[in-house]
Design a protein around this ligand. Structure first.
Ligand code: ZN
Length: 287
């Protein structure tokens, strides 16, 4: 038993170190993280944000509601700004939406309203990468899954199919010298990365679950070089980011004090998402 645990630990450290070095954002890279509620960024996307912070990526956050289900919207708005500051995302890069059609609650959001807000943010930020939930929304919350549904529609309705891939490798360098892609019409485009919803046994097993995610993904991606793994323009490409420092995410979560109940602390400590984010590239969107 002792040797088995030691072997798991060593293997985990090996894979962890391997993935720590594989993410290769480029200078000037901009990313737009789209979430549903204040605290989503800390609960689910902390590994992404800490790695982006480490790499000097300019991250913008679009939060589509104030999280006013319990009448705490104004408090949660302030908490969001404080949490984003922990990830060194300044207030001017945080867009908090308070729209009657997009209120916090256990119901699906109007697709047109979500699309309009995301499209406006894309035009304003002009990111290289849009990051959001996948179809499972991590927790299955309908506000989360509504974002995925709307973003997927954006991919489909802007004339660029998922199989046409990301704007980094297939596109032309932007006029500002950046690596932002463009299609044949000269529109800018960015790739869409969705956070993989893990099955329940992987979701709440903390560091062990994170190790399993890393190991299983390593096996699945065996034989592909790191560059291919991270820049392949094909849809459904897997991306993995282990947290450079899980404490940063915990500090950010500490800012969301109005949400502190015992089960949320348990979630943070035992959630795989505190330690590892796995993404899938589902395509690209033009703006
Ligand atoms: Zn949420």
């Amino acid at each position: 038993m002792y040797y088995f645990l030691l072997a798991i630990l060593l293997l985990t450290i090996y894979v962890w170190q391997k993935f720590r070095r594989t993410r290769t954002w480029r200078p000037g890279h901009r990313a737009l993280l789209v979430t549903a509620h204040p605290d989503d960024e800390s609960l689910f996307f902390a590994p992404y944000l800490t790695r982006a912070l480490q790499a000097g990526i300019q991250v913008h956050i679009l939060c589509l509601s104030t999280g006013n289900a319990d009448g705490l919207g104004s408090i949660r708005a302030r908490e969001l700004v404080q949490a984003c500051a922990v990830f060194q995302v300044p207030e001017q890069r945080v867009r908090l939406v308070n729209d009657g059609a997009l209120q916090d609650g256990f119901q699906a959001w109007d697709e047109g309203a979500v699309k309009a807000r995301v499209a406006a943010a894309l035009a304003a930020v002009r990111p290289h990468e849009l990051v959001t939930f996948d179809a499972g929304g991590v927790s299955g919350h309908p506000n989360h899954t509504s974002i995925y549904a709307a973003v997927w529609r954006l991919v489909g309705c802007r004339g660029l199919s998922a199989s046409q891939g990301d704007g980094h490798e297939g596109g032309v360098a932007g006029s500002d010298g950046s690596n932002r892609g463009s299609n044949r019409n000269g529109d800018s485009c960015c790739r869409i990365c969705t956070l993989v919803t893990h099955p329940l046994p992987l979701k709440f097993t903390g560091v062990l679950g994170a190790a399993l995610v890393l190991l299983l993904s390593s096996v699945r991606l065996h034989g592909r070089s790191a560059d291919v793994r991270l820049h392949d323009s094909a849809a459904d490409t897997a991306l993995l980011l282990s947290s450079a420092n899980p404490v940063v995410g915990l500090r950010a979560m500490w800012c969301h004090r109005s949400q502190f109940v015992w089960y949320r602390w348990l979630f943070v400590l035992f959630s795989t998402y505190t330690y590892v984010n796995q993404f899938r590239v589902i395509g690209a969107v033009t703006y």
